[in-house]
Design a protein around this ligand. Structure first.
Ligand SMILES: [Zn+2]
Length: 65
C-alpha cells in the first residue's frame, strides 16, 4: 500500500501531504502551527487594539481647531 494521504492545513487550507516530509502536519508549516496555537493570533490582537486606542483618543489632525 502506497496511498498518498492529503490533508488541508487547518490554518490556511493548503494541501499537505501526510508523510515524513511534512513535519508540521496537519499544518503546512511551522508558522501555521504557531497561529493555531494562538501565539501569532495573540500578537496580532495586541497590535490591533493598540492602534484602535491611539486613533480615537490621542491623535488629532487639527489641534488648533
Ligand atoms: Zn498553512
Amino acid at each position: 500500500m502506497n496511498e498518498i494521504i492529503e490533508v488541508s492545513c487547518p490554518t490556511c487550507g493548503k494541501k499537505v501531504i501526510w508523510g515524513e516530509n511534512s513535519p508540521y502536519r496537519p499544518f503546512c508549516c511551522k508558522r501555521c502551527q504557531l497561529i493555531d496555537l494562538g501565539e501569532w493570533a495573540d500578537e496580532e490582537k495586541r497590535i490591533a487594539s493598540q492602534s484602535d486606542i491611539s486613533e480615537s483618543d490621542t491623535w488629532s489632525e487639527n489641534p488648533d481647531d
